[in-house]
Design a protein around this ligand. Structure first.
Ligand SMILES: C[S@@+](CC[C@H](N)C(=O)[O-])C[C@H]1O[C@@H](n2cnc3c(N)ncnc32)[C@H](O)[C@@H]1O
Length: 278
């Protein structure tokens, strides 16, 4: 895995906000109404779970509370996605961490039995049940590596094998940007394996972007780890995934300056995207 080691910073010097974000509406409503956590206990509860998660692995999105940004609900595709899952389509949240998106979708009417979360860290999946206090949640969670396939197996024999060819929609938030170009291609190829062959396949999500990314070859030559996209390079990536899998993909989305990341080193842009199989 080619995650840039600088992306995380256990000493909390720049990757960690002690205080919760001021925009609290959506999470607080979910925790109060769905998880039945008294309003005056939510802050302590969140800080407790966030600390446990940080101790497992100090992702910047954990330190900055970005896992509380359930951006999918504000994407223009969201109402249609809920309608599709209600009608039987299966949605997979790739790199789901706590599975916040899946809980929110269930509250918004999606049958939980049509929802799958995949994350490489079993601890994050377990902490999701602690965060949302819902041992009975019927969504399915699988601990699996979406980048590297066990060399002793092949991609259709590992622990994602049982869901290969069963998925219609994949949500991927803050996942691709953790990796270099080649690993991102591997993730895209993996997604194609997970989609139903005849699915109206859609990948939606968000990630850190770069307003002017280097050409991927130059980027690799410079030995940089993670690759961040603008819309041009994002389409290039999906063209490569298409070539590798005999499929075709059309990307849409918006790249914008991300003021909230001002105190964070590195690129300060974000993108939300949709990738359609054509
Ligand atoms: C930055 S967090 C984003 C979490 C969530 N999607 C969000 O938007 O808040 C990235 C997540 O991807 C997971 N992850 C990292 N590498 C992975 C891999 N190779 N396969 C599956 N999940 C991975 C991490 O464990 C983590 O939960």
């Amino acid at each position: 895995m080619s995650t840039n080691p600088d992306f995380t910073n256990p000493d909390k010097s720049f990757d960690y906000n002690e205080e919760l974000p001021t925009d609290r509406a959506q999470t607080w409503i979910l925790l109060e109404t769905y998880s039945k956590i008294p309003l005056n206990q939510i802050e302590t509860h969140l800080k407790d779970i966030r600390q446990k998660t940080w101790n497992v692995f100090p992702y910047s999105c954990i330190g900055h509370w970005l896992f509380l940004d359930c951006v999918i609900t504000s994407l223009p595709e969201y109402p249609a996605i809920i309608a599709r899952v209600k009608a039987g389509d299966v949605l997979l949240d790739a790199g789901c961490a706590f599975g916040y998106v899946l809980r929110q979708m269930a509250v918004d009417g999606a049958p939980a039995t049509n929802l799958i979360g995949v994350d490489i860290r079993q601890e994050f999946l377990d902490l999701g049940f602690e965060l949302f206090q819902d041992k009975g949640f019927e969504g399915r969670f699988i601990a699996a590596d979406l980048v590297n396939v066990d060399p002793l197996l092949n991609s259709l024999l590992d622990n994602l094998a049982e869901i290969a060819g069963t998925v219609d929609i994949i949500h991927a938030a803050a996942l691709f940007h953790l990796f270099g170009w080649d690993d991102q291609v591997s993730i895209g190829v993996r997604f194609v394996e997970l989609f139903k062959p005849g699915a109206n396949a859609l990948v939606i999500g968000r990630q850190i972007a770069d307003l002017e990314p280097l050409d991927p070859v130059e980027h690799a030559t410079q030995g940089r780890g993670w690759y961040r996209h603008n819309m041009r390079t994002w389409q290039m990536l999906w063209d490569v995934v298409g070539e590798r899998t005999g499929t075709r993909w059309k990307t849409t989305g918006v790249v914008s300056e991300k003021r909230g990341l001002k105190d964070v080193p590195g690129p300060k842009a974000g993108m939300s995207f949709a990738v359609y199989k054509t």
